[in-house]
Design a protein around this ligand. Sequence first.
Ligand code: ATP
Length: 679
Amino acid sequence: MPAHATTVGSAEISREAGYLDRAREALRRMRADVVGTETPEHVSSDSDEVWFNTMYRLARARRREELTDLPEVPLFFGRLDYEPGTVAESDDRIYIGRRHVRDEAGTPLVVDWRAPVSTPFYRATTQDPHRVRLRRRYGFSDLGQLTAYEDEPLDHPAAESALVAAEIERPRSGPMRDIVATIQPEQDTLVRAPLRPSLCVQGAPGTGKTAVGLHRLAYLLYTEPERLTGGVTVVGPNRSFLSYIRHVLPALGEVSVRQRTVEEIFERTVTGADPAGAARIKGDARMADLLRRALWLHVREPADDLVYLQGSTRYRVDRGRVARIVADIRDSGTRYAPGREAVAQRLAHLVLVQMERRGATPDDRDHAAVARSRPVKQVLETVWPRLTPEQVLFRLLSDREFLAVAGEDLLLDREQAELLWAKPYRSARSAKWSAADVVLLDELAGLTDRTASLSHLVVDEAQDLSPMQCRALGRLCAAGSMTVLGDIAQGTSPWAADDWATVLGHLGQPDTELHVLDRGFRVPEEIIGYAARLLPHIAPGHPAPTSVRRSAGALRVTATDDLAATVARECRRHLDGDGSVGLIAADDDIVALCAALDATLLGRDENAMETDRLVCVPASLAKGLEFDVVVLAEPARIVAAEPRGLNRLYVALTRAVSVLHVIHAEPLPAALAGDDRSG
Ligand SMILES: Nc1ncnc2c1ncn2[C@@H]1O[C@H](COP(=O)(O)OP(=O)(O)OP(=O)(O)O)[C@@H](O)[C@H]1O
């Protein structure tokens, strides 16, 4: 018997809708319990009590938020009927949803999709049914009413699920939604992979990398909370992208995950900008060696002996001895700040040994006093001065001779000249730091002192990170694990990687497992075939993805003499359909096109996808986004705008779910031109 869908009106639908009502009522009660059973707080000025009260209030607020019923988000989306005796405490039938819901007696009404007992919903096949007899999927109206179901008995092969197909084919509008009801087996394997080793997912456009990364994080937070106490963060390429994905984790019940751009993960603020050449060099992996050298160049030979005076007694440590101590500690691989402290301690120790030889019995307090004494500090200021990251970078970017010494055989003269500030600032305090500088300051901070590590980091669009950004993320999560997502063919930054081993090396995660996703869920076959014409030029050897979506008339190419008028007319026409329309053009062209349409410009309004059906997208912000219809204006201008313009065009061409409409006045880029449907 093939899988089948049943529509509104059947008695079974009423029964299931009744079960949904019961589950909703139970959730309301669970929430009311949290709100109603408030434990009185201890009123006290004791800082432990204040801290406890704050934590308690935060935890309750979070729990209240987690238990909020969003009427348009169905409480369950599937059901498994197990063989009798498989599921202990229920009747071998479980409803699967985004969170646990239980009735007053504690009986589970809905089981969280992440629970082990839910796994067969995603994995069971006729060959390996996991003791499941029947898998049921549900269809819902936009308002969250249960309107259909579909049964798949696992004792014989079923036809493809119409409900899954409908979900994948659904016209898109607004921000990204979770895919929890339709996660595919190859995705589920990655979602439920253990916390370690780290995972890297290479996938062509629309294969679900972002979706997998976010669902994996939700899964890990559910299964391994005690191993994630150091915190988890999602890093994405820009604010517009983060705004696009921001509802996915909350919809899965995870309301407190931090989502940041690479720039936002640093504590320092960006106050300046770099010319392109300097920015490119500052992102280069050689900067790590340069900074290390620049910092350690400050460790020098002592000019004098250490002389410590106590009363009329002089204790002396000769400069040769001081130099050996400094060299020993420097060569031990210590970080800079603890190394400085270690020198102070060793010098103090030598002074104390001399005191003992003279019959004194100094204790720990004397040791500390000598280590903090003026003579020791004076020696330290010469041999191992106290330094901030800002002071070191300031010197490097403003002092030509210092840069030449640190950069010798690392950077070409031309590169050194590009690195130096054209107009140096007066001091480290008044310097304006660019986005690339902030990464360098973080690297210096990492050389200076140890920082706390997150437990897990999800890094999206990782192919674009500079080696120095990778190193910063690696430090941020030095003791944790990562989920690294990206597509080599979509690399557009000056540092875009050709292979994952290099990126993972810079991230400090060389033992990461690499997985490939190659089934596309966004872009119809016709469009992916068109975009794939670029692959031999931008990522030779990378196969085009297959697509699960076929949509006749998905690709249109229109030549015009009047680009602006044609673009405006077509954008308006496409708005007659159901879904969102994204107009993508080169960054320099989009503002004028947008003004003519009186539409919203992404970047100026980063939440535009949430509020508007027609959104104008600078090509540089298109990565990771999708629209039901994409109108792509003048591909040649996108290609000409930057060195990796063909990669940028590949990204822009792969954003459409239903229709891609290319409109051009200039000739199409040679790599794309061919026999297309015109209109
Ligand atoms: N199993 C699935 N069921 C339904 N929709 C899915 C599934 N997997 C992915 N999708 C949908 O396909 C689209 C693409 O997913 P996603 O953005 O995660 O892909 P991606 O690989 O990150 O793409 P890109 O590289 O272009 O950023 C999204 O609309 C997502 O919801």
